[in-house]
Design a protein around this ligand. Sequence first.
Ligand code: AMP
Length: 208
Amino acid sequence: MRLADRLGIEHISTGDILRTAVKDKTPLGKKAHEFINSGNLVPDDIMIGIVQERLTEKDCAAGFILDGFPRTIPQAEMLDDIVLLDSVIFFDVSEEECVRRLTTRKICSKCGLIYNPATHPPLREGKCDKCGGDITSRADDLPETVRERLKVYTKSTEPLVKFYKKDGRLLPIDAGVKPDEVFENLVLLVKRQDPATCLRIEDSSVGE
Ligand code: AMP
């Protein structure tokens, strides 16, 4: 979200799209709810339909960041059929650090902005700085669910590193350092490339 704001392009988070659908109890939300809360992936056909539709909207014409998509090889193959991404950012962070960040992070239930009590607390306790919404924990950030999500990542998402490495689109970045440092390094990295399109493929928001 921060990078999209800095570059002035759209931020498309498939996790945010799904969470909104769950909150609004739409047919998509009802289908996705169980998968999300158990730490599993929502089936490819559903995800591909969502992204295909979203990318045809006008606001994507000037560029976009896909956040959390693709997470499987079939999703990546389908994406290549509709748009050729310039760059794929790989946030390189240890599993231990990932668990620590995910199990301590908080999220605004209204606008999705991410907080962490230790590194990025809100100005007013329990309230979002940006929209005033309530800050809560994500249901899938419980320790046991995070461990399940990491297993799913290793099996289904990690193969994408090789997939994008082989044609030179992978941009690895050390995400084990402080979030602000990750962000500034990321801006430099992206600006060295063509910033029209890029995406994040790690399991979840490792930057807080
Ligand atoms: P995120 O906010 O990106 O961590 O996504 C939260 C949850 O939404 C994931 O753990 C999955 O259950 C689901 N999800 C988000 N994006 C995808 C995707 N590309 N493919 C399958 N499931 C997804």
